[in-house]
Design a protein. Structure first.
Length: 254
């Protein structure tokens, strides 16, 4: 016979504070994966999975800001995600509008600077306008750098940087032989921002899926098994804790 309570008691850990960590990353990047599997597990539509994912997103942005982390980059929609069923793509496009409508006031009030990484030209007009307005409205903010990758592909970003530099060389503005890594990074969507220190991909998949191929050169990786809609502040704190214990050598011998 089983004694005790019928349901296990879930003890909710309180969120950590910056001083609880020996070291925090300056730039965290997250591949928010697992919405589809979460929806399937709950017998919900995929769209409901993505909607639930935006709840996680809000919490994670808030906690990142509370911790005083400098930059947070989120992979929201890849150049390859257009190949999904049209209803799913439409639901994701709608979520972009809903997310900014409900969050922009708070983000701006918190001094968050929003940048959209990726090619906006392929997005529907409404989404494009919303994203440009969010970038413009927060352009002078000096708090958390919030980068949201939408219609983003790492290879496309690198090719675009090569095109920008090639055009400058063609116009005689630079000598191709003197192009530096810094010149190259300054042509990426993340121009002026530091490289990624910690990359988190939820759902247990262990791949980059065309995200931040250049910026992750020396990133530390964590692959929590939890699906994105179930990812909690405690899971995030664990990833940050794991980062703080890692020895980064950057090819040297420390
Ligand atoms: C990630 O969740 C969100 C986007 C790609 C937009 P998925 O929809 O990829 O979730 P899974 O991988 O099917 O579980
Ligand atoms: C990567 O996840 C893209 C985003 C999270 C936005 P996917 O689910 O699209 O990647 P694959 O197909 O598993 O590689
Ligand atoms: Mg996926």
């Amino acid at each position: 016979m089983q004694l005790g309570l019928p349901h296990p008691i879930k003890i909710k850990k309180s969120p950590k504070k910056a001083e609880d960590f020996t070291r925090l990353p300056e730039h965290v990047a997250i591949i928010m994966d697992g919405n589809g599997r979460w929806a399937k597990n709950h017998h919900y539509s995929v769209s409901k999975g993505h909607k639930q994912g935006t709840e996680t997103l809000r919490e994670i942005i808030r906690h990142t800001d509370d911790l005083g982390i400098h930059s947070l980059s989120l992979y929201a929609f890849s150049t390859e995600n257009w190949s999904r069923p049209v209803e799913e793509v439409n639901a994701l496009m709608q979520l972009i509008l809903d997310f900014f409508a409900s969050e922009i006031d708070e983000l701006d009030a918190k001094n968050v600077r929003i940048r959209i990484l990726g090619d906006k030209s392929r997005l529907p007009e409404k989404q494009r306008t919303t994203l440009v307005l969010a970038e413009e409205r927060t352009a002078h903010n000096t708090g958390l750098n919030l980068n949201i990758a939408i219609n983003y592909g790492g290879r496309a970003e690198i090719v675009r940087a090569a095109q920008i530099l090639a055009l400058r060389a063609q116009r005689g503005e630079l000598d191709p032989r003197t192009i530096t890594e810094e010149d190259f990074s300054n042509c990426l969507y993340t121009a002026g921002q530091s490289d990624v220190d910690l990359l988190i991909r939820t759902s247990g998949e262990m791949r980059l899926s065309n995200f931040f191929l250049y910026q992750c050169a020396y990133a530390e990786f964590t692959f929590p098994k939890v699906l994105w809609p179930d990812f909690t502040i405690a899971d995030y704190d664990s990833a940050l804790e794991s980062f703080s214990g890692r020895q980064r050598r950057f090819g040297g011998r420390q």
